[in-house]
Design a protein around this ligand. Structure first.
Ligand code: DGL
Length: 420
């Protein structure tokens, strides 16, 4: 057994392996980037724990909305089909957005995927542990509940960190399920029964990793289907614009048309024999701009160069819903779903967000109080005593006004839970 754990550890990328050892060396979970290893005492205790969901920021709330509202199964029989009761009605969720370190999608362009990988395993450790920081105060607290499952709601984090997290969990020998948004998205493509070509819209980092074309090809291939042309377009602007970030002054529609055009051109360059039909919304934020993106493709069809290249009716794949279904199936398989008469160990869901920890010596901030951009993208892995960000409870007041409006209007179940 020990040998198996060592082999698993070797399979984890070097920086994640250091973090695995660090957490192992601090089993009481009091140190930064460690967790209380005794939290999963028996099946009964594990089943009553909440489910963790993380993203690079608040975009993953789109995935949480899908988790809170999914009704695709009969809760008693586990058979497919709606029964009028949300599938996770008894479960509770702990959401974490690593806002201080985002955008994750831009680390690859800065050649810092090593640091990104470490950040992603740290996110998982945060969800596994009890340690968090109060919004004000000088020391961490230890009352956050551990989790029985981790949902990686971020496409970029899934692309770079899913395997590291799975192998770390195996090396720690804890019974925690790990679900990532990309595999679910690929299954969403399969279920869309597309006959045309496939386009992936995602961050620059997700596209650079090639994870979507790889997983879609595998998923369609395993199902015995031929794989059509898959083109992708990585955007460095659309997620920020959707959040209403002032660094992106044009409208979401204006950025959407640029990205749609770039994707259509990439698709054309792949010499397809059929029109582009299925668009994968491969970034947490994009489902919120689905209408603008579809309008962009519709307007491109008015240009003779694109008319026959883009299908008249597009199919949009939102990996969030597919992720929720995947989590349901995995929890049921592992017998970790709460039974109808059982309640989670916490009454309400909880939300956390990372912010710069300004008291940490050596940290560099921009004028608006966020981490300085050059500083952010020049950090190296391996400093587990150094906490330049801290994870604090997220309240609606901490969400920038534009994003808060978006959540309030478009993610009502999340907003209700957040404003409790
Ligand atoms: N959450 C990220 C994703 O889904 C988008 C934002 C970011 O780059 O951090 O890829």
């Amino acid at each position: 057994m020990k040998a198996l754990a060592s082999i698993l550890l070797l399979a984890v990328t070097a920086h994640a392996a250091d973090l695995v050892e660090h957490a192992r060396a601090h089993p009481d979970g009091k140190a930064a980037f460690s967790f209380d290893a005794s939290a999963w005492g028996d099946d009964e205790a594990t089943r009553h724990l909440p489910i963790g969901v993380f993203d690079s920021g608040i975009g993953g709330l789109t995935v949480l909305e899908a988790l809170l509202t999914l009704d695709a199964f009969h809760n008693e029989t586990l058979q497919p089909g709606a029964d009028g009761t949300p599938d996770f009605a008894q479960e509770r969720f702990i959401y974490f957005g690593d806002q201080a370190n985002m955008p994750y999608g831009n680390y690859s362009a800065a050649n810092r995927t090593d640091y990104l990988r470490e950040l992603i395993v740290k996110d998982a450790i945060f969800l596994l542990g009890r340690r968090f920081w109060p919004a004000a105060g000088t020391g961490p607290q230890f009352t956050k509940p551990p989790v029985k499952a981790i949902v990686i709601a971020c496409n970029t984090a899934t692309a770079y960190g899913l395997e590291d997290i799975r192998r770390s969990v195996a090396a720690w020998k804890i019974p925690v399920i790990v679900v990532g948004v990309v595999e679910a998205g690929a299954r969403g493509v399969l279920e869309s029964k597309t006959t045309g070509g496939i386009g992936v819209l995602a961050t620059v980092g997700t596209c650079a990793s090639g994870v979507y074309p790889r997983k879609i090809t595998q998923t369609l291939g395993l199902a015995g289907q031929s794989v059509p042309v898959i083109a992708q377009q990585g955007s460095a602007t659309l997620a920020g614009a959707i959040e209403g970030d002032a660094a992106f002054p044009e409208s979401v529609a204006a950025y959407a048309i640029k990205e749609a055009r770039a994707l259509a051109e990439a698709y054309r360059d792949s010499k397809p024999t059929q029109p582009l039909q299925t668009i994968v919304l491969g970034c947490t934020h994009y489902p919120l701009a689905k209408d603008e993106i579809d309008t962009a493709f519709a307007s491109l069809r008015h240009e003779p160069a694109f008319r026959d290249l883009i299908a008249e009716k597009r199919i949009f794949v939102n990996p969030a819903e597919a992720t929720a279904k995947e989590l349901f199936r995995e929890l049921a398989k592992a017998k970790l779903r709460l039974k109808p008469d059982e309640r989670c160990s916490i009454e309400h869901g909880q939300f956390y967000l990372s912010v710069p920890r300004i008291e940490q010596a050596g940290i560099q901030l921009a004028a608006d109080g966020t981490l300085d951009k050059d500083y952010k993208y020049s950090r190296s892995p391996g400093r587990f005593e150094f906490e330049d960000t801290k994870n604090i409870p997220l309240t609606p007041a901490l969400i920038p006004a534009n994003s808060a409006k978006l959540v309030r209007e478009r993610l009502p179940a999340v907003w209700q839970s957040l404003s409790r």
